[in-house]
Design a protein around this ligand. Structure first.
Ligand code: KG4
Ligand code: ZN
Length: 375
């Protein structure tokens, strides 16, 4: 590690000398008492949490922008960035107050640096840099997908890698081999849309607004899973890759055709059919991945993992296959900062900290090379 951690690796301007973080602070490793301030701003939720020792959540605050983006039927990136910048400081004060700590008690600052909306990420990242710099504590970059998986460490005491991870959210649907807390291998992912997008677009076409997953989930309880025959796409090549764009198009066409012909849509039936089509695309692949790669545990996360049909199918099929299943409580399925604080502990333990040159990335695989961060 270089002697100093400047604004940029290449920047040697003496004016920046006062903006250095001491090596002694940066080289410190976490322990069970270490307090991490965690910040998440990758999409339309500003979230700040205080997490101790990687698993004790002292506070977790979320300011959701959903109501605002609802007007437009989806997230408007510039509005998201502007909203993050307005609320992040106030939310941090609330998080510290609710955790019963002051800024001087913070041992490290963790932040989502990828993947996500670039402007939105940059707001959280810059804010986190400011705090880390002013307190002279390490800055820990956290990958959003890894953090979703880490939400399980907060609630399942004793859960440890290795396991297969399944993340299904509004922006991602992928299967990962998690061999250690910071050792990831992507083994399959969607080739086009994420599972959450299929839910959101379907809900929007039905006039339920954004986001649509939880609305369709609730409606599905009164519907039949085979009310409508919806496609379960298979893609060539990697058997663990998935596709949801055909499903999305089929749902939209079905809704438009019914409206044009004046045919009444069985909305609970359609909702149930969508939930089952998504579940049929994901669950057998997750179970097959555990078997083929010889993992006895499956760890699920992301906004879509709140879906009741997906959860019950996961439970049923993993029980049959003798695979141990871990799912987070509904409150930790969606975006939050507690999960950032949890993953940050393990990144810090592995020495994956960043200097002030850290950038944000709209896309970055979960198995990125750590060397890449500070370059
Ligand atoms: O993880 P998340 O909060 O944000 C991203 O990282 O994308 O996931 C949001 C997604 C949205 O597409 C939302 O419709 C979906 O999760 N979602 C659900 C449910 N609750 C949220 N999808 C299906 N069933 C649910 N109960
Ligand atoms: Zn997410």
């Amino acid at each position: 590690m270089s002697e100093t951690h400047l604004l940029s690796n290449k920047n040697t301007d003496q004016n920046f000398a006062s903006l250095m973080i001491n090596d002694s602070e940066v080289d410190k490793k976490p322990n069970g008492k270490s307090i991490v301030l965690a910040i998440e701003s990758s999409c339309d939720e500003t979230a700040v949490a205080v997490v101790q020792g990687g698993s004790k959540v002292l506070s977790s605050e979320i300011a959701s922008q959903t109501e605002m983006h609802k007007i437009y039927g989806g997230v408007v990136p510039e509005i998201a960035s502007r909203k993050h910048i307005e609320v992040v400081e106030g939310l941090t004060s609330v998080a510290l107050q609710n955790a019963g700590i002051s800024r001087n008690d913070i041992d490290a600052v963790a932040v989502t640096f990828a993947p996500g909306l670039i402007g939105a990420l940059l707001v959280g990242l810059n804010y986190a840099k400011g705090i880390a710099l002013s307190l002279n504590v390490p800055l820990i970059p956290v990958h959003h997908i890894r953090a979703h998986i880490a939400s399980n460490y907060l609630v399942h005491e004793g859960l440890k890698p290795p396991f297969i991870g399944l993340v299904a959210s509004g922006g991602h649907t992928l299967l990962l081999a998690v061999d250690d807390y910071t050792e990831y291998r992507v083994i399959g992912s969607t080739r086009d849309d994420a599972a959450g997008e299929a839910f959101d677009k379907a809900a929007r076409a039905l006039g339920f607004g954004y986001p649509g997953g939880s609305v369709l989930d609730k409606l599905s309880s009164d519907g039949s899973f085979d009310a409508y025959p919806l496609p379960r796409a298979k893609v060539d090549g990697n058997p663990y890759d998935m596709s949801f764009s055909g499903l999305k198009t089929a749902i939209i066409n079905l809704i438009h055709n019914s409206k044009q012909k004046g045919i009444e849509i069985d909305i609970p039936g359609l909702a149930a059919s969508i939930c089952m089509a998504v579940s049929d695309t994901i669950v057998p692949r997750a179970v097959a991945a555990c078997k083929e790669y010889n993992y006895s545990k499956l760890c699920v996360a992301g906004g879509v993992s709140a879906n009741s049909v997906l959860r019950s199918e996961l439970y049923r099929q993993t029980t049959e296959a003798n695979i141990e299943l871990f799912v987070p409580p509904i409150s930790l399925c969606g975006d939050n900062a507690a999960m950032i604080g949890s993953q940050a502990y393990f990144e810090w333990m592995s020495g994956n900290i960043a200097d002030m040159g850290l950038n944000a990335f709209a896309t970055l695989p979960a198995d990125y090379d750590h060397q890449f961060i500070s370059k």
